[in-house]
Design a protein around this ligand. Structure first.
Ligand SMILES: [Zn+2]
Length: 153
């Protein structure tokens, strides 16, 4: 889905919840969609402020859950004190992550079997799945040999 289509989806999602389309909210949207990277809320605050300096931290922290609920952002938790957010152009829900422990880079991996897996294991227990997470935490082979992680820029 193009950024324009995502922007329209965000606006209609806000409208459906009787939330106003404000310059601040759209600056946060643009910050999140300007790069296909894993951003923390603070990263997005900095970038949103470079677009619209009136964006407040509170607005960022209120807007990110709305964007996550709309499916436009995916929240990625790799088990640290920080959550990461990644733009979700295609409403992708079947993702896994491989995290390089030598440089902290997060790779997004398509994991279509997750849909089947989560549904099967949940329904066998009489449960309906609402979220799932699959992550591999790994070490870099080249780092072990040379002291330089090949994933680091
Ligand atoms: Zn690495």
């Amino acid at each position: 889905m193009s950024i324009e289509a995502c922007r329209e989806k965000f606006k209609s999602f806000l409208a459906d919840r009787s939330l106003r389309v404000t310059g601040q909210r759209m600056a946060i949207f643009d910050a999140a969609f300007s790069e296909d990277a894993h951003n923390t809320a603070e990263d997005l605050l900095d970038r949103a402020r470079s677009i619209d300096e009136s964006v407040s931290r509170a607005t960022v922290y209120r807007t990110l859950p709305i964007m996550t609920e709309s499916g436009l952002l995916r929240e990625v938790d790799i088990g640290r004190n920080l959550k990461f957010y990644v733009a979700n152009h295609d409403n992708q829900t079947q993702q896994a992550q491989v995290v390089c422990l030598d440089c902290d880079r997060i790779f997004e991996i398509s994991a279509p079997f997750m849909e089947w897996y989560r549904n099967t294991v949940s329904s066998n227990l009489g449960l309906t799945p609402v979220a799932h997470r699959l992550q591999v935490h790994a070490r870099c082979d080249i780092f072990r040999e040379t002291g330089r992680c090949r994933h680091r820029n």
